[in-house]
Design a protein around this ligand. Structure first.
Ligand SMILES: [Zn+2]
Length: 150
């Protein structure tokens, strides 16, 4: 499966659920901690695959300056990456040739993941419970707002 197919599969699956309590949103983050690009699937009504392709294109265009990508999960508590998350992280890391930081936020917790030995093909990621403030402070609150948490 190609990298783009991984990404399309992952981000496509949340796209057409209009009336759920919270929807997945994401933000691409620059090395200085500022947001580069907000990925907001729920703002588009019909076709989702192009949006995900657009996300990948933005990642690629900014590959020199990207620190990582954050996305939200519904609910509260410690977020866990899905298998689709992990395969997507691995695919993007592999395509870029370096491991990004991958944050997942819930209503009240945020975790940071990064592949330790990213050249290994397995999906083991380091899970850090407390990301550095300078990595997350410029976008975390906004991402939670955009995720429409009740
Ligand atoms: Zn996820």
């Amino acid at each position: 499966m190609s990298l783009v197919e991984y990404i399309l599969r992952h981000y496509g699956e949340y796209g057409d659920v209009e009336d759920t309590l919270s929807l997945e949103a994401g933000v691409l983050v620059r090395t200085d901690g500022s947001p580069i690009y907000w990925h907001l699937p729920y703002t588009r009504s019909s076709v989702y695959l192009p949006d995900s392709q657009e996300l990948w294109e933005v990642i690629w265009q900014n590959r020199q300056d990207v620190l990582g990508f954050a996305h939200s999960h519904p609910g509260s508590g410690l977020p866990r990456p899905s298998m689709e998350d992990l395969t997507t992280f691995r695919a993007v890391d592999t395509a870029l040739g370096r491991p990004l930081l991958w944050w997942i936020t819930s209503v009240d917790r945020v975790v940071e993941l990064q592949k330790l030995d990213w050249k290994e093909k397995d999906l083991s990621y380091y899970l850090a419970d407390h990301p550095q403030d300078q990595h997350i402070e410029q976008w975390l609150e906004e991402l939670r707002k955009k995720s429409k948490y009740a």
